[in-house]
Design a protein around this ligand. Structure first.
Ligand code: XMP
Length: 581
């Protein structure tokens, strides 16, 4: 086996993102423990090495290191964060302890635009920093290729060694993927070309061989992964494929009807289950977000099992794709926690439990694929472009977007609001954009940080709690609303930094909402959310036109009774998650 890029794992929370981004870009990369012997890596014919970030201080006695033999090959090495500092030290530079460090969104000044690592970048870029120790002196002969206000040496190059203090692998460094791609090119790694036709032929053949004359079942939500797989499996199994669509009552307005009619038009065999009564009665009085997800997930499995049993299906087709496997399985997440990679952030109801409970034999033809590849298959199979590019919609549906008790009335209201919000937010090309419904119970909140940034303003803490991510852990935290007339005059990076300082300053706050009008009487609040992300593990709020958003908020507030406020969420992930519960 040959591996193009080896990633040495120093325990940083974004190690998986490095591999994931390289795979998304079409390069082959694998993760190895930091103490892997260089000779072992050379056996794989590696072309480049990345040293990851990590939770350690390079100044500590027991800081993890690599053997100096690594410096003796001519293979390009890129150090990231801790890896950057490790390289600096090994090459004769100095790293100093600091109390201040840099956390969050930071302006990066690129000093060497011609450097191969930074080809395609501009003079100033936004990057994501997360470090305390600071590089004080560059190694002799090294070239400083970028700096920030705090880090004089935010990036360097010396011969075949490159280091960056920030994290190019997270979405908060919007052009970080370009840096990783440049590094792969510096290494001479070859981009794998992907032959969609032969993938489709092979997948159809394999499904046919495995299932034979038996029956297979597939749950179709209406999303691109399951729809594409259903179409592909139909080629293999014809009438022996049974598609099941379960309407939990938490779908968007008329969504289930549309999904079923679309699938039927594509010639698929669809069984439609209306589980909404069961879902609403089971969710009565349930407040905890995990309980909500568990209940919805359980009902989904029950209904699905009934259909499988009644048809005597022996096989289950699942549209699981590589990121689901990389990020979402509990085992993996637990392992990550052991390795200090952070724990389970949310219980995603459809990863894990489904197959084992149903005793069906599982086939997952997309397990190795990334979203962009599924989309290529979808287009090849003639699926409508609207569906191909459809934004992801979570399994528990609008249930993820309502705090407190979920009722039919609340869902109906949110369905109506969602219709307007999706239409209006579409223009920002966000990865995901939607509305959330919260209660309007709140108390005033005084904060110097807010006054210093916005001057005359008002802040409120909502009584409802939401899910966030802090220090790699899932947290249940508070939602802070901030009314100001000045949002539109602030620079976007200032707003990102402001949110970061709020969630950093107040431990219990994990979501920050910009309000353009003061809350009025009413029992509900509405929060608009639009995020930019490739991996959904990290995300930043989409940069929107605040004049447009202000009008949209005002429109929704006037149009629907009982709405106290409508605001736009300015929280990145971390500190908030994408959905509210
Ligand atoms: P969070 O809220 O965890 O969301 O930042 C990340 C992405 O996952 C989706 N999501 C889910 N998808 N079942 C799903 O199928 C779930 O329980 C679930 N919870 C969140 C969310 O919409 C976003 O795309």
């Amino acid at each position: 086996m040959s591996i193009d890029i080896a990633i040495l794992d120093f325990g940083g929370q974004y190690v998986f993102n490095i591999r994931r981004t390289l795979l998304e870009l079409g390069y082959n990369a694998e993760i190895f423990p930091f103490n892997t012997d260089i000779d072992q890596l050379l056996n794989y014919n590696i072309k480049g090495i990345i040293l990851s970030g990590g939770p350690y201080s390079i100044c500590a006695r027991d800081a993890p290191k690599i053997s100096s033999k690594y410096l003796e090959t001519n293979i390009p090495i890129l150090g990231i964060c801790y890896g950057h500092q490790l390289l600096i030290k090994m090459l004769g530079g100095e790293v100093a302890r600091s109390d201040r460090g840099e956390f969050g969104f930071t302006i990066l000044y690129v000093d060497d635009l011609d450097n191969e690592l930074f080809k395609g970048l501009d003079k100033t870029e936004i990057c994501w920093m997360s470090h305390k120790d600071i590089v004080a002196t560059a190694p002799p002969g090294a070239k400083i290729i970028a700096h920030t206000d705090v880090s004089k040496i935010a990036a360097f190059q010396y011969r075949n060694f490159y280091g960056v203090q920030f994290h190019p692998e997270v979405f908060q460094t919007p052009k970080g993927y370009i840096i990783l791609r440049n590094f792969a090119r510096i290494c001479g790694a070859e981009r794998r070309e992907w032959d969609v036709r032969s993938f489709i032929d092979k997948a159809i053949r394999e499904i046919k061989e495995k299932v034979g004359d038996e029956k297979a079942i597939i749950a179709v939500s209406g999303g691109v992964d399951s729809t594409t797989l259903a179409l592909l499996a139909k080629e293999a199994l014809g009438g022996n494929l049974i598609c099941v669509h379960v309407d939990t009552g938490l779908m968007r307005k008329n969504e289930s009807i549309k999904v079923v009619s679309y699938l039927q038009k594509m010639g698929l065999n669809v069984v439609f289950i209306d589980a909404s009564d069961k879902v609403f009665s089971s969710l009565k009085n349930v407040i905890s977000s995990d309980d909500k997800r568990r209940i919805i997930g359980r009902i989904f499995i029950e209904e699905f099992t009934k259909v499988a049993d009644s048809y005597g299906a022996k096989w289950l087709l699942q549209g699981t794709i590589a990121p689901d496997v990389i990020e979402s399985t509990r085992g993996q997440a637990e392992k990550r926690r052991e390795n200090k990679h952070g724990g389970v952030i949310k219980l995603h109801h459809n990863v894990g439990g489904l197959p084992s409970k149903m005793k069906l034999k599982v086939i997952e033809p997309f397990r190795e694929l990334f979203k962009y590849q599924v989309r290529i298959i979808a287009r090849t199979l003639g699926i409508d472009e609207e569906l191909v590019m459809r934004q992801p919609f979570p399994g528990p549906g609008l249930g993820c977007r309502i705090t407190g008790i979920i009722t039919r009335d609340k869902v109906k209201l949110l369905q109506e609001i969602t219709e307007i919000v999706e239409r209006e937010l579409k223009r920002y090309n966000s990865a995901q954009y939607f509305a959330m419904l919260v209660s309007s119970q709140m108390e005033k909140f005084e904060s110097k940080v807010i006054r210093d940034f916005l001057g005359d303003s008002e802040a409120y803490l909502l009584e409802d709690l939401a899910i966030g991510v802090k220090g790699d852990e899932r947290v249940v935290g508070k939602i802070l609303l901030i009314y100001s007339g000045k949002w539109h005059i602030k620079e976007w990076i200032e707003i990102l930094q402001f949110q970061n300082s709020i969630t950093g300053e107040y431990d219990d706050v994990c979501r920050v909402i910009a309000l353009f009008h003061k809350p009025t009487k009413g029992i509900h609040g509405v929060i608009l959310r639009a995020v930019d992300t490739l991996d959904f593990m990290t995300a930043i709020p989409s940069r929107v036109d605040f004049e447009h958003i202000k009008n949209l908020c005002e429109h929704i507030r006037r149009r629907f009774d009982k709405i106290s406020f409508v605001g736009y969420e300015i929280t990145s992930k971390p500190a908030g998650t994408i959905e509210i519960i």
